[in-house]
Design a protein around this ligand. Sequence first.
Ligand code: SF4
Length: 714
Amino acid sequence: MTTDLRTPSRPIAGTAPADRTGVATHCAYCGLQCAMTLTGSTAEDLTVTPRRFPTNRGGLCQKGWTSAELLRAPGRLTTPLVRRDGELAPASWDEALDLVADSLVRTQTAYGRDAVAVFGGGGLTNEKAYQLGKFARVALRTSQIDYNGRWCMSSAAAAGIRCFGLDRGLPFPVTDIGSAHAVLLLGANPAETMPPFLTHLVRAADAGGLMVADPRLTPTAAKALDGGGLHLQLRPGTDAALALGLLHLAVTEGYADRRFVDERTSGFEDVWAVAAQWLPERVERVTGVAVTTMRATVAALARARDTERGAYILSARGSEQHASGTDTVTAFIALALVLGLPGNPGTGFGTITGQGNGQGGREHGQKADQLPGYRKIDDPAARAHVAAVWGVDPSDLPGPGRSAFELLSALGTDGGPRVLMVHGSNPVVSAPDARVVTERLAALDLLVVSDFVLSETAAVADVVLPVLQWAEEEGTLTNLEGRVLRRRRALTAPEGCRSELDVWSDLAARIGCSTAFSTDPRVVFDELRRASAGGPADYSAVTWERLDAGESLHWPCSTERPQGTPRLFLDRFATRGGRARFVPVDHAGPVEADDAAYPLVATTGRVLQHYQSGAQTRLVDELAAAAGEMFVQVHPDTAAAVGLDDGGTTDVVSRRGRTRAVVRLDDDMRPDVVFLPFHWGGDGRANSLTHAALDPTSRMPEFKACAVRLEAVQ
Ligand code: SF4
């Protein structure tokens, strides 16, 4: 179960040829946005070569290496589909767009603007994320827009804004982590989700300072142990208690950075009033993490800090995807603040973004409460600024809408949206309590899905529009460090496919909107720059020309900061007074209790070969062959108690549904926990089990803990 940090999945270092011609771009998938060169002129002969770049240092994972296969996978959609007599049938673009436009107008005339909703994705380019938000607010004039990033980064984002005044996943370049001797990972498993990231953890691992808090002994946690580091194997949903316990120890063992706390923060006493109650022995009882392990964790962080060898705390979905996710990240930020890590060179707190444009996708208007530049939609000054860029009256802009799950669960209800347009998302697989979401999609008058393959959501749509994918489009993405990157076209799309920018421009005209929607991504980006100017995520001095010239530009990048801002908070935090905020929070625990009927806690996550709902990676033969079936990871004693053995088939059953999976026994699992990957639909859909208890601030669902039992299938 070990992973070599230096060879993430295939040989990498030194293999990127310097003189090879081709198109320099970035990976189709996750937020690390590894650099690659695409060579060839057709989908059939296109090849991928890793390219040296700070985030991936010339490496790719198996998903990146095989990403060209996506372009030649069978099932690529090249013609619009319209449901007739219950079946999806080919149609012309005019037929399909007329049908959609008629439905949009008819529905809004009869039921009001908010009867039409839009659902976006964290993989859309910045240009598309921006234009989708504008299309919703200006062409449709609906408040009902949100996106799947709500289920990915929203709790970390909310905590960052709460404590630092700003949300940027990593407020420092990822390469800074590479020199650290102590790194605490919270619910992150980059050995499988983004293997090239491991190259930044080599030094910490070699120094015995890699520490991983995770209910499972993941390959990342195993690597930590191999190097003499730590695995904090906590019970799912007890992350906040762990944070408060570590904070308690940091103070009582004398590791607090009193000067930093005094000079650069506010509110410590309020947090200490809570953390003082979390004695280490109490934390051990709640989390299952030994006091000695917690003590060693804070000591390692403090030692690396004091010897100027670098100390970082990084959170990810394992600690965030809970109904108390915002408070949990807030508690870990408090730990980082006590230790004096944020806002100093060589130390820090950050969050590892999951989706390809997880950062940029949450900055430019796909969120229900947001306008471009990370502005708030209920801020009069923000509305006036953006309305001026869009050439509309601020009073015509709708207000905040429903968050992702709330939007989907309102579909087809009295007063809820009756038409939904989906872009870059597959909620039939990825939504919490997905059975309910699937029922609500079926209750719509019209479901329109833009995709390049027939995903599980496209398969139940009334209209499917074939759009461009990754290597067929131009644009920008913003990676996990807030660095803006160019995505470049390597291929001409198959005849019949159109850009979503074309779709929105055409539909806006068909429904009678007088505002022009450009179909040129460069023009859209220039407008985004103007719309973001002066906002928290200010892109105004980023241009495609500068990016094409090889400049590395982290936002905010404006006339005041034309070289961008690789490191945030060095002088002051982005709060009103410039101080980071300690915010008192307490441990709440999972919403759903286990009991005699459902005695286990199920937690979900990803495997090396698949990306998110798997709609793309399941099409790649090499990936499907390596990871083709749904499984559940179980401790042998847990399996034996219900008559299951390795390789057997089980139904995992929760209060909401059941999922069929092959049993994988693992001695290192906690006996009270099972793990399920969430990359498959149908009978193997993990999200048939999960529930949608939402974080009160971020509206993040609790993907990471639900009560289940195992039933052997004969
Ligand atoms: Fe890099 Fe992520 Fe692509 Fe893997 S999936 S090659 S880690 S960007």
